[in-house]
Design a protein. Structure first.
Length: 143
């Protein structure tokens, strides 16, 4: 499967030409919104490291897994029927500790990498709120 991100009229024309040159049968899936940004990913990682350092009882990877489960899963379940169905069938019935393990390496069930920029923004807002409520002082994006 090939993914093409369209951010401009030129990108749209390029993808239209590409599709126009393909031979049927085809299956084409179009998703609104851009994939999460590199800056968003860097901020998420930074906040996980800051939380781990300040809380002292969890690694950055454990913080990441916690945030994916508590903040990311609800966003993805709400916005994506296929995600909700798969998550509810495979992961939801499991004990909490197992769900948490699925969110972390080496299993790393996809959550944030499936998000659009808007969804990742919502996720980062929820992450900021939740970690701040635990007393974690997080770097603000403008810094």
């Amino acid at each position: 499967m090939t993914t093409h991100i369209v951010r401009s009229a030129e990108d749209m024309e390029r993808v239209a030409r590409l599709v126009g040159n393909l031979k049927p049968p085809l299956t084409i899936t179009v998703t609104s919104g851009a994939s999460r940004s590199l800056e968003q990913n860097k901020l998420q990682r930074l906040w996980c490291m800051e939380a781990a350092e300040q809380l002292g009882d969890r690694t950055a990877e454990e913080i990441r897994g916690f945030c994916k489960l508590h903040y990311g899963v609800p966003i993805m379940r709400e916005g994506h029927d296929d995600f909700r169905e798969t998550y509810d069938r495979l992961i939801k019935p499991l004990p909490y500790e197992t769900k948490l393990a699925f969110m972390m390496e080496p299993l790393d069930f996809p959550i944030t990498r499936l998000m659009t920029v808007g969804e990742k923004s919502h996720y980062l807002d929820a992450m900021h709120k939740g970690l701040s409520e635990l007393g974690v002082k997080l770097t603000e994006p403008s810094e």
